[in-house]
Design a protein around this ligand. Structure first.
Ligand SMILES: *Cc1c(COP(=O)(O)O)cnc(C)c1O
Length: 398
């Protein structure tokens, strides 16, 4: 049996051709492939705007900058996520405040967030960063209501959930990153995620003002749009003039170079065409796992039963909880099955311990961490491979 990783990209000949086409074209970066990818992605998630960037972490950083996060601000997020969900707040000099997860969904527990907000004067917190962990959509309708009550913004970390959705109280389908409830949503195109561009990220929004800010921030804070210029045409030309010269541009805020390349964007567009098919396969794989573990004592799945009727889970990860996690992890490795752990709680990373967080702060997240294991989950995994993974787990438990 060849090694089975927990996640893996799926690159087709069509993808390769799309990249080659761009490499032979006039633009390697800042060309038309980026806009095309942005438009296709915005349409896929149902948002008005999409801004492509160099990676998901850059997307989070720009989202925080666009919302003016700064020193003195406090922002709430979950400890069960990739560190970047919290780090983007630290990049801006602001303080990260963690809140515990829900025991069944492993998502940021809105009740815990409520408790934090109620315990401090209004205005203490500036925003919330909920994460669609493992691909399960956060109930952004509830979070939006709470955020509005306290005047907070929401950045949805949707890195795990392109194509995922939840059903709102009106029966409406709310796609992750659709711009309707979160102020901004971020995605990653790292190879283990649904859509691979090598490195890459996207921010989606329905907000015109935030969109304009993001476009500038992505490229040094520079604009070339005449209507936005602050200096006069006289200054720009170096002589009396009514119009700006062709070379003129302005750096108006402190931005970054967080651009994506055209060949990555072309790969993204090509991958996006297969996203629905990939998602269907992920759901199939998850259903197989659900069925295999349903009556298996000692294995607990994320929300297990509830999801069958609810769908909308994008299954970036298939997480189980087992008593002897280390034993199972090592046993699976011997069988060439490379399961993984998502995540070591962010608040217990040495960097965040230095900020005062400690063991015992979030008992549910910490108990979850002791037992969680992410099983192989990627569209190109075959039924035989999955059966082998399932059999290995059953053998271990015996
Ligand atoms: C992958 C990921 C990121 C960061 O994305 P990169 O593209 O690797 O920078 C952020 N948040 C979550 C939840 C992720 O899974």
């Amino acid at each position: 049996m060849n090694p089975i990783p927990y996640g893996k990209q799926h690159i087709t000949d069509e993808d390769i051709q799309a990249v080659i086409d761009v490499l032979k074209s006039d633009y390697l970066t800042q060309g038309p492939a980026i806009n095309a990818f942005e438009n296709a992605f915005a349409q896929y998630v149902g948002a008005k705007y999409a801004v492509a960037v160099s990676n998901g972490t850059a997307a989070l950083h720009l989202a925080a900058l666009a919302l003016d996060v700064k020193e003195g601000d406090k922002v709430i997020t979950t400890p069960i996520t990739f560190a970047a969900s919290a780090n983007c707040i630290r990049y801006c000099g602001a303080e990260v405040v963690f809140a515990d997860i829900d025991e069944e969904t492993y998502l940021l527990d809105i009740e815990k967030v409520k408790q934090l907000l109620q315990a401090s004067p209004k205005g203490t917190y500036k925003g919330i960063i909920p994460v669609d962990f493992a691909g399960m959509a956060v109930d952004l309708e509830a979070f939006r209501k709470l955020a509005d009550e306290y005047g907070l913004w929401i950045i949805e970390d949707a890195c795990h959930s392109p194509g995922g959705f939840f059903v709102d109280s009106n029966g409406g389908k709310q796609l992750c990153g659709n711009g309707k409830l979160a102020d901004l949503s971020v995605f990653s195109f790292h190879p283990v995620k649904h859509i691979a561009t090598g490195e890459g990220g996207m921010i989606t929004t329905d907000n015109d003002e935030l969109y304009k800010k993001l476009i500038k921030l992505r490229t040094h804070g520079i604009t070339r749009e005449t209507s936005l210029f602050e200096n006069t045409p006289d200054f720009a030309c170096g002589m009396e003039s009514e119009v700006y010269p062709g070379w003129y541009m302005e750096m108006q805020t402190l931005g970054y170079n967080y651009r994506i390349t055209d060949f990555q964007a072309a790969l993204g567009s090509s991958q996006l065409k297969k996203a629905d098919k990939g998602l269907q396969r992920r759901i199939e794989i998850a259903t197989n796992y659900d069925n295999a573990f349903k009556d298996l004592a000692g294995v607990k799945s994320q929300l297990n039963e509830l999801y069958a009727e609810h769908s909308g889970h994008a299954y970036h990860l298939y997480v189980i909880q087992v008593e002897n996690r280390l034993g199972l992890y090592n046993y699976l490795r011997e069988q060439q099955v490379f399961a993984q752990v998502h995540y070591i709680p962010t608040h217990l990373m040495p960097y965040y311990r230095e900020q005062g967080w400690k063991e015992g702060d979030f008992p549910i997240a910490e108990a979850y961490y002791k037992r969680c294991l992410s099983l192989p989950m990627y569209p190109s995994m075959t039924d035989e491979q999955q059966q082998y993974v399932i059999n290995s787990i059953i053998n271990f438990l015996k």
